[in-house]
Design a protein around this ligand. Structure first.
Ligand code: HEM
Length: 127
């Protein structure tokens, strides 16, 4: 099995974790472990992709759509910043602070949209 397929399988499982965790956003015992696992796993996946990049670059064909690739990479970087924000506001909510609730909610929707966008575009950036 090629590393690209292994990355894509992990990415699919991460998106599933995010969607299930999002569905259970009112059930803390489910929401928190699922979201924390998905965030950590996604960062580990990015590191795996980065560390094997030269190998992938050799194996990869020329991007079929450079504009889409730029969009994909930009949103992926934004998503990592959003993860930090979600982790911080989620931690504060867990500690009983109510103030970050609205931001956690709004940015939570944005984070899910960004992660779904990178997931969908990942299928179209190589020929
Ligand atoms: C990308 C990851 C995450 C997304 C998309 C997300 C999204 C959401 C959303 C939409 C809500 C509902 C807010 C509301 O209706 O008022 C929520 C609630 C909450 N989230 Fe997250 N969240 C994420 C990560 C986390 C993390 C990492 C933690 C903990 C460290 C956390 C802790 C909480 C808590 C404590 C609540 C309140 C649950 C309740 O209603 O009692 N979240 N989250």
């Amino acid at each position: 099995m090629s590393s690209a397929i292994i990355f894509q399988i992990q990415s699919t499982l991460i998106v599933v974790l995010f969607l299930v965790g999002f569905y259970f956003r009112k059930v803390r015992k489910i929401h928190i472990p699922l979201m924390a696992t998905a965030i950590i796993w996604d960062i580990v996946l990015i590191l795996q992709i980065e560390l094997t990049r030269s190998a992938i670059n050799k194996a990869m064909k020329v991007p079929s759509n450079p504009g889409l690739l730029n969009f994909h990479v930009s949103i992926a970087i934004l998503t990592v910043f959003l993860y930090v924000f979600m982790g911080r506001t989620g931690y504060l909510l867990k500690k009983g602070r109510v103030q970050p609730r609205r931001m956690h909610k709004v940015m939570g929707f944005l984070t899910i949209i960004c992660r779904l966008s990178t997931y969908i575009t990942s299928f179209f950036i190589v020929k």
